[in-house]
Design a protein around this ligand. Sequence first.
Ligand SMILES: [Mg+2]
Length: 450
Amino acid sequence: MPSATMNAQEVRAVWTSERGSMAKETAENRWAKIIQGSIDDIGETAAAADVDCQKRAESIAIQIALKDIKKGIEQNEPLTPLRDDGKVDIQEWNKKLAAIGECSWINCPWLFGECYMYRSIQRILNSSKHWQNYDVFKRQKDASFVKSRAAVEELASRYMQIVTDTRLAQNESKEVAKKLLFIEMTEIALWGNATDLSLLANLTLEDLQNLQGREAIQKSQRNIVDNDTDDVWAYLQRTAGQASRQIDIVLDNASFEFFTDVLYAAYLLEAGISTSVRLHTKEFPWFVSDVIPSDVESLFKHLDSSECFPGREYLDQLIPRLRKFFQSGAITTTSDPFWTMPFSFHEMPSKAPALFKELQNSYLVIFKGDLNYRKLTRDGLWPHTTTYEKALGPLGKESGVKILALRTNKSDVCVGVPTQSKVDALNEEAPSGAWIRNGKYAVVSFNEGQ
Ligand SMILES: [Mg+2]
């Protein structure tokens, strides 16, 4: 049993060889499927009538290279240094791999192996002439967004109501109402994450709509196993007088979840909680569904389409409001190469010092989703009662970074559960680690970095 006093250097990161882990399950059952999905996607794109013949010819070589990765996963081959693709980060990947030592797809640190897989796909595309900026996951992202029609329309209506209520609460200084609205918007951003596409294989459309619906959000409050919402609210209240209050949101998934994140950003501005919001995207296609820069325009293109979203009553009021925030610069987007590196965030101060400094200067940094949480906690097999502050390592105590994690639990790590008796109760309620993995439980974890 790991001890509750271990520190960040001692905690063991989960490996894909770990029996009974989500790591092993993912590496064995999902990775090869994800690669096959990208092979099929490239085939479909290349087959379109308007694709030029050079691009089509190149697609064959790309598919062969992708099949090679798939075979490597299926046959548990060793991970080998990435060949140069002209990008500066390749050396860092290979240094990290060398530091890990001999390892293979089903016997490697999960965090590294999974990042390495997405970088390997991108390496192949980077090395091509016609496919460098191609998003192999765009089809899946688009299809999922259209499927969340009911939830999008419902949230648009609810958001317009919340904006009105927020104004009223502001004018009449109704403190309790203001807090409840904050809780509701935070929970929408939290459970929007339940639609992680890389897990979609196991969810029916009905499941999705249940997870997304407002009713489910209300029910799910009881499933937040570490809930620091009161602490965040207290921090925001205490510091509301600061002149500059930039909130950074390190995004997770595109489509429905990104819609909820943009709503959340807009709400934080409308409620006067923040003075500006910066959204951090990935630089290239990552973990299937993560937001990349082109997904921002794609979001608006979908929202504008009455074919995708025919219930226009509230959307037509909402979209201009959202666009205005982007046009005025109140909401901006940015990417940093660090987000698509294999490092945990414990390595941010040494590997990305400029980014670390920026986050120290931020009013609040919100990390969305499971992968960000794994990186925050070093993907470590901590005892579940370990404090969030401790698991954050160098980003925790005295880091100067105010970190809020909004994450539905979908991997092997979860810290911050208040007591062992609560852990025991969760193990009884959702046995075999289901509460850490099945996406029906979550954390809203906050640390002030003091
Ligand atoms: Mg993701």
